[in-house]
Design a protein around this ligand. Structure first.
Ligand SMILES: NC(=O)c1ccc[n+]([C@@H]2O[C@H](COP(=O)([O-])OP(=O)(O)OC[C@H]3O[C@@H](n4cnc5c(N)ncnc54)[C@H](OP(=O)(O)O)[C@@H]3O)[C@@H](O)[C@H]2O)c1
Length: 253
């Protein structure tokens, strides 16, 4: 089923592949014009081509969310292309650094914090004021069920910590904006067959921890991963129908 996002302008981060790509395609199919942000320009072009083939409107905005200067340029570019952002989907994320915490590079940990937390905050700071002016806006921050089950990601301390911080930011901002017409929600996408779990499967179990590695190998071989399109459908369904704010939308719930 196609949802209606007619007349809306959306920004989706991490829109070159996986859940972000499926979300951007779904938003465009529903009539939104969509700005697509990630680092890999070829992947963004692939998403844009697909959207355009289906009669939609898409703009490619290559940028590294971990680079403040590039992010500022990307925000200006999104404003030029879309004029305003009504729907912000902070989907881009990284699962690294993995491994025992004392062995982890703190610089990488900080970089993950920039990408998984500070970039979504920066995009909210940039685009929520316009949403408030118009009295309507939607922010969805893509998290993980591992926040509720940290034991499922032992060896992923940076990932669980950054996503927990992202959820805290989301729920607190939702309360701050309650009653304004701008809603802010978390989406936990389930276990999805994308590059991210593939990256974990490809790691050395001796480095990231045998239990974590084995869990991701098993879920794959047992065929328990859902497709990005399945996961994105749930996100889009909630986005199209739900006026609630400060909620955790969980694919597995
Ligand atoms: N797959 C799962 O099972 C699962 C489960 C729970 C939560 N999630 C969450 O779902 C979201 C999407 O993940 P996915 O599974 O679709 O993974 P994915 O296929 O690896 O996609 C991640 C996207 O984020 C972009 N990205 C990563 N680092 C970036 C950076 N520094 N600047 C800009 N863009 C960046 C990537 O593009 P570039 O590399 O080209 O920049 C890519 O488009 C993530 O937040 C992830 O934590 C996924």
């Amino acid at each position: 089923m196609t949802h209606s996002f007619k007349g809306r302008a959306a920004l989706v981060t991490g829109a070159g592949r996986g859940i972000g790509r499926a979300t951007a395609v779904g938003l465009a199919a529903g009539g939104a014009k969509v700005a697509l942000l990630a680092r890999s320009e070829d992947e963004l072009a692939g998403t844009a081509d697909l959207i355009k083939e289906q009669g939609g409107t898409a703009y490619v905005v290559p940028a590294d969310l971990g680079d403040d200067g590039r992010l500022a340029e990307a925000i200006a570019r999104v404003r030029d292309e879309l004029g305003a952002v009504d729907i912000l989907v902070n989907n881009a994320g990284v699962v690294w650094p993995l491994g025992e915490t004392p062995a982890v590079d703190v610089g990488e940990w900080a970089a993950a914090m920039r990408i998984n937390v500070l970039a979504p905050v920066t995009l909210a700071v940039a685009f929520v004021p316009g949403m408030l002016d118009r009295g309507w806006g939607r922010v969805v921050n893509v998290s993980t069920g591992a926040v509720a089950r940290p034991g499922s990601m032992i060896g992923g301390n940076a990932y669980v910590t950054t996503k927990t911080a992202l959820e805290a930011h989301t729920l607190n901002l939702a309360l701050e904006l309650d009653g304004t017409g701008v809603t802010v929600n978390v989406y936990r996408p389930g276990l999805v067959d994308t590059a991210m779990p593939g990256y974990i499967r490809a790691q050395d179990p001796g480095r990231i921890g045998a239990a974590l590695h084995e869990r991701f190998i098993r879920s794959h071989t047992e065929g328990r991963l859902i497709t990005p399109e399945q996961s994105a459908r749930t996100l889009l369904d909630r986005l199209a129908r739900d006026n609630g704010t400060g909620q955790i939308w969980d694919f597995d719930a």
